[in-house]
Design a protein around this ligand. Sequence first.
Ligand code: CA
Length: 364
Amino acid sequence: MKRRDFLKASAAVAATATLTGCTREQIEGKKSLNINRRRKAKLKIATSWPAHFPIMGTGIERFAKKVHEMSGGSLEIKIYPKNILVPALAVFDATSSGQIDGFHSGPYYWKGKNPAFALFSGAPLKMVADELCCWMNHGSGYELWRELYARYNLYPFIGGNTGVQMGGWFRKPIDSLEDLKGLKMRIPGLGGEVMAKLGVNPILLPAGEIYTALERGTIDATEWVGPALDIRMGFYKVAKYYYTGWHEPGSILELTFNKARYEKLSEEHKAIIKYASEAMTTEMYHEFMHENALALRKLESMGIEIRDFSPEIIEAAKRAMKEVAGEQSEKSEDFKKVFDSMQSYYTLIKPWTQISETRLCSIR
Ligand code: CA
C-alpha cells in the first residue's frame, strides 16, 4: 500500500471510529470477522461407528458442534455414522478419492494398505496415550504419519484416545503359556500377531457378532476396549475372567481429511480444526478414564475377577513383539522407519514416566 493510500485508509477508519463510537481495533476486528463469514465451508465426515456410539461417536459429534460455534457458523461439519454414506471400513478410500471430505476412525484398520499404519494407533507393550501424543507432537510422529498418508491424498489429526485397553475376557483362567495354546480369541492388529506367536488363534469378528460367538464357545476369549464399552457388550455374562491390558496401551483414533480439500480451507478454518480436534482428543481420553472407573466398580460389585497375565506370559509377549516388529521391518521400509522412530522416542520418554507417574502410582 502506498503511503498516500495508507493515510487515506487510516483516516477513513478513524472517521468511522468517531462516528460509531467503536475503537479502531473493534472496527478492524469486525472487518476480518466479516471476511471469515463470507468464506463458508461445508465438510462431510463419515465415521466407523454407529450414530451416538458412546464416547467415540458422541465425541466426534461434539467436535462438529464446537467447530460450528468457534467459526460462527462459517465452517459446517456434518457427521455421517457408519454405513450411511459409506461402509464403516470404506471411509479411508472414500476420503482418499474425494467422495467424502474426511473420516473418524482408527489407523490400525488400514494396515492392509501399509503395515506402518497400524503403528499410528500405538504398539503392544509400548507407549501409553500421553507418551504417544508427545511422540506425535514433539517427536517425528505427526511428520511421518502425514508423509505416509499424503500418498493417499490424506491429512490426519489425532482424533481421540481410548487410554489403556483391557487384555480381554476369557472363559477360563489363563495361568501359563500352555493355557494359551490353541485358544480362539477375537483380537485384531499387532496384538493379534503377538498372540499368534504365543499359540493363540487370533480371529477377526465384527462388533455385532462377538457376544454370540463367545456365548456359544465359537471363540474362547475376546478383547474389546475397556470396562466402559465392554460392560455395554455384556461379555461379563459369558466370560468370568477379565485380564488387564498390554496389547493396546493407548489407542489413537484419527480424524483424517482429504488433503486437497483440507488445503483449500482458510487459515482460520484450519486453526479451528486443529484446536477443536485437540480438545476432542483430551475430552475423549478423560471421558474414557471416567467411564472406565465407573464401569470397573460395577463389574467388581458383580463379582467379575480382574486378573493380571503372569510374568511368564508378559515376558513371552515382549519377545514375540520384538519378533513381529523385526519381521514387519524386514518386509516394509515404512514400518521400519515408523517403528524405529517410535522405539527411539520410547527409550527417551520411558525413564521419565518411570520416575514420575509409575513411581508415584506405586507409592501413593
Ligand atoms: Ca481393542
